[in-house]
Design a protein around this ligand. Structure first.
Ligand SMILES: C[S@@+](CC[C@H](N)C(=O)[O-])C[C@H]1O[C@@H](n2cnc3c(N)ncnc32)[C@H](O)[C@@H]1O
Length: 366
């Protein structure tokens, strides 16, 4: 256990980690998305939440205790319990016994009565053994949200691929860019990098610098994930007061709606942007601030989908994880093109001619 950011309380049986700005953002986006996920995924089947790197469950925010990710998820499940009318099993893993011993204290402190299974084990060993056992019995997991939030990068791409093979499952993965960026040049962790990227091409990024190097690393991991996950969107998180990337939260899902909703959740908490660039910064890296996104999207659609005819979801599928645009703005842009007689909307899912197109509505771009 790293001790530099630990806060203890004399006479109390628990401890907390110092709450940092980037962790708050990570938690806020996760809470916002997870609340939607439990409401909409597989309405008739039970769900699982597996916090693969659960942590100690408590954060100290200038003297105020705040819940860690396992408690945040459990609280959301508890709040949704009546309307859900189905089980959502919570499993919390951590390799550090200090953490797994602290988790029950955290549940108590937040009066959270959601049941959970606590496992003091290594994530890869545990999850691969469990999935192999299920496979041997011809069974599979019900839809599962895997939160993978390590301090470092000792994660195998093959394991994430295996998690994504569980039907209707999603992965929210903390890609520790800052550490990976140092690691790829060190010459000491080449095997770990081969396993993380699932290939040897990360070596092509070694000679690059600055923005090119960052783009090379992030594009590679994204492309590798795209081989087994339909939508992959990395969300850049900077150090709160240094103009530099700390990590990327990468969302993997096979559902266009999942990708659309996560993007909307992130943007809502980050001034409309899909990156967190710290408190005092104004430089954007992935996508610059767009003043009038709808106008820009209209032009993007007119250029890239000229003479096309497809459903709104098919259009969304082609834009949601390859452009900075939000689903609601894409929909507004199509409506605007329609109002300007530059597109046609054949209503299938939406009712009124004046409403924004959605799902199965057929869009013809002139
Ligand atoms: C960043 S913290 C998790 C924070 C937590 N997700 C939250 O947001 O509240 C990372 C945790 O991973 C744990 N860990 C490190 N290596 C692990 C492994 N191989 N398997 C499981 N847990 C591990 C550490 O003990 C640490 O508690």
């Amino acid at each position: 256990m790293a001790t530099h950011n630990i806060v203890t309380y004399p006479g109390k049986p628990y401890y907390a980690c110092k709450y940092e700005e980037q962790t708050k953002i990570k938690h806020q986006v996760f809470a916002s998305y997870f609340d939607t996920w439990v409401k909409i995924v597989g309405k008739d089947s039970p769900l699982n939440f597996i916090d693969c790197f659960g942590g100690c469950g408590l954060y100290d925010d200038n003297g105020n205790l705040q819940p860690g990710s396992p408690i945040i998820a459990a609280q959301i499940i508890e709040q949704n319990a009546i309307s859900l009318k189905r089980d959502c099993c919570v499993t919390i893993l951590d390799i550090d016994k200090n953490c797994t011993d602290n988790i029950p204290q955290a549940f108590k402190l937040f009066n959270c009565n959601c049941s959970y299974e606590l496992i003091n084990a290594d994530f890869e060993a545990y999850i691969n053994t469990e999935l192999a056992m299920l496979e041997a019995k011809g069974k599979t997991l019900s839809p599962t949200f895997f939160l993978i939030d390590p301090y470092g990068y000792k994660i195998k791409l093959e394991t994430i691929k295996r998690l994504m093979s569980v039907k209707n499952s999603e992965v929210y993965f903390n890609f520790m860019f800052n550490a990976v960026n140092r690691g790829i040049s060190s010459g000491k962790v080449d095997n770990t990098m081969d396993e993380l990227f699932g290939c040897t091409e990360w070596r092509d990024c070694q000679q690059l610098h600055g923005i090119e190097r960052e783009a090379c690393i992030v594009d590679l991991i994204r492309n590798q994930f795209k081989q087994f996950s339909r939508y992959v969107l990395p969300y850049r998180i900077c150090f709160p007061s240094i103009d530099r990337t700390y990590f990327y939260m990468i969302h993997l899902t096979n559902h266009v709606r999942g990708c659309e909703i996560m993007k909307a959740c992130f943007a809502e908490l980050n001034h409309g942007k899909i990156e967190y660039i710290g408190k005092n910064q104004n430089q954007s890296f992935i996508f610059d601030l767009i003043e009038d996104p709808v106008q820009e999207i209209e032009s993007y659609i007119s250029t890239n989908f000229k003479n096309s005819r497809e459903s709104f979801d098919e259009l969304l599928d082609k834009m949601i994880d390859t452009t900075p645009y939000l689903g609601k703005d894409i929909s507004s842009a199509v409506l605007s093109l329609y109002n300007r007689q530059l597109a046609n909307i054949r209503r299938v899912s939406s009712k009124r001619q004046s409403s924004k197109p959605t799902k199965k509505d057929i869009i013809e771009i002139y």
